[in-house]
Design a protein around this ligand. Structure first.
Ligand code: HAM
Length: 419
């Protein structure tokens, strides 16, 4: 006989954590729907070409893609993120703009699994297509900030930067290449390779030997076009007006290549592991065009659910919600009474569970305890004969008989008393 366990980098999310995931998604939905965003559910796999736009030199594309040929000979990839899918959907359906959407679901990256880094991980996110206005950049960033606060998180640090327009990015990239090339001896072997592929990514190196050189590197802020500089300035002023705290980080380049102008990242200072980025995003003004659509500005963010919950654990906030049933029905007459009473309660929106297999009173009371229900209803032959049910508020040491046709009202009363 073979036995199986989950693949590396994947996990079963069991109770009570699974309920917490769901609550997380619900809180996010409520924050963004209140700001006019509509749910989009893109497929979990797409033509590989959709994701190649994330950057031919990024790890996500070169090392981490779950791609394969399907039985029809198509080159397919499991999505590593959802921004590219949203842009592909926009190019395909041409909805009216502004198009404000939100999403929630799993993504797949073949990374080295460790605490906070998985091969299947969940994100919630928003994207807006068709708006250039810096006020929107501030709205998008402020919504992420609001959501974190709604979860109860306090130790979240927001870093913002501008990568400028296409031309600025190109110019800056050349400049960085020249700067690092002139100091090649001081650069780590890994960064030397990165330099040949994408000089901007060298700024993201965490290697100790690179830090001095990175600190002295030219700053993109000094090379922004007047347009891009003004856009960034307006974003910062709007963030100030919305009372969103941020720090400008000249080194913030992000791991995907489609970013232009505003970029941002949220880091949890409560997390001590290597992976402290709990969310990030920015503008990607050329992406829709690259996917066959009209020239359309775009901006959004994605927040990592798995990692944000680790941050919640570290701060002791946003615990699992109580999903226990309210009532446990104990029936020593064979089980049909429990079936009828559970049905009655559930039809009156009162959650109820029961034991099966006609077990002893003692075993059923144990099950009632384990269920976490706050009320036990006990039905024996005497109660059936008298048309009664015993109502026992758990852990109270008391119990009383209720006429069977009054049971819904009596249970509702007890539940209200406990609120
Ligand atoms: P990203 O920075 O690659 O951006 O991912 C966003 C967040 O997803 C990260 O900050 C992190 O919390 C979480 N995450 C990423 N990879 C993993 C992993 N292997 N395990 C656990 N969590 C992970 C994007 O995905 C962009 N699509 C964001 C965006 C939306 N930009 C514009 N619109």
């Amino acid at each position: 006989m073979s036995s199986f366990s989950t693949s590396p980098g994947t996990r079963d999310i069991l109770a009570p954590d699974a309920a917490r995931w769901r609550q997380f998604q619900e809180v996010f939905a409520s924050v963004v729907q209140d700001a006019g965003y509509q749910l989009i559910i893109p497929p979990m796999f797409e033509d590989l070409g959709v994701f190649l736009r994330l950057g031919e030199a990024t790890d996500v594309v070169t090392k981490e893609m779950y791609d394969f040929e399907d039985k029809g000979g198509r080159r397919i990839a499991l999505r590593p993120e959802q921004t590219a899918s949203v842009c592909r959907a926009f190019a395909e359906h041409r909805p009216t703009t502004p198009w404000k959407v939100w999403y929630s679901g799993p993504n797949f990256r073949y990374e080295k699994p460790q605490q906070g880094r998985y091969r299947q991980f969940d994100q919630v996110g928003i994207e807006v297509l068709g708006v250039d206005d810096p006020m929107l950049d501030a709205e998008v960033i402020a919504l992420a900030d609001t959501f974190y606060r709604r979860l109860g998180l306090k130790d979240v640090h927001l870093a913002v930067n501008s990568l400028g327009d296409d031309g600025d990015r190109e110019r800056y990239s050349t400049l960085l290449f020249e700067y690092f090339s002139a100091n090649l001896a001081q650069l780590s072997e890994e960064s030397k390779i990165t330099l040949t592929k994408n000089p901007l990514r060298v700024l993201d190196s965490k290697r100790r030997e690179d830090q001095a050189l990175i600190a002295g590197a030219p700053k993109i802020r000094d090379y922004l076009s007047p347009d891009a500089a003004q856009h960034f300035d307006s974003v910062l002023r709007a963030l100030d007006a919305l009372d969103v705290k941020y720090a400008i980080d000249d080194r913030l380049v992000r791991g995907l290549d489609y970013y232009r102008r505003t970029t941002f990242e949220f880091v949890s200072t409560a997390l001590t592991a290597a992976h402290t980025a709990i969310g990030g995003g920015g503008r990607y003004d050329g992406l829709v065009e690259q996917l066959g659509g009209p020239s359309t500005p775009g901006i959004g963010f994605a927040l990592g659910l798995d990692r944000t919950l680790l941050a919640c654990d570290a701060e002791g906030v946003f615990g699992a919600p109580n999903t226990n049933v309210s009532v446990f029905v104990v029936d020593t007459t064979g089980g049909l009474q429990a079936a009828e009473v559970c049905n009655l309660l559930r039809n009156n929106s009162i959650s109820a569970d029961r034991a099966f297999d006609n077990r002893s009173m003692k075993a059923q009371m144990k099950a009632a305890d384990r269920s976490g229900a706050s009320i036990a209803l006990i039905i024996g032959t005497d109660e059936v004969a008298a048309g009664h049910i015993i109502l026992r508020p758990m852990n109270s040491g008391e119990q009383y008989a209720v006429a069977r046709d009054q049971i819904v009202g009596a249970v509702q009363n007890e539940i209200t008393k406990r609120k």
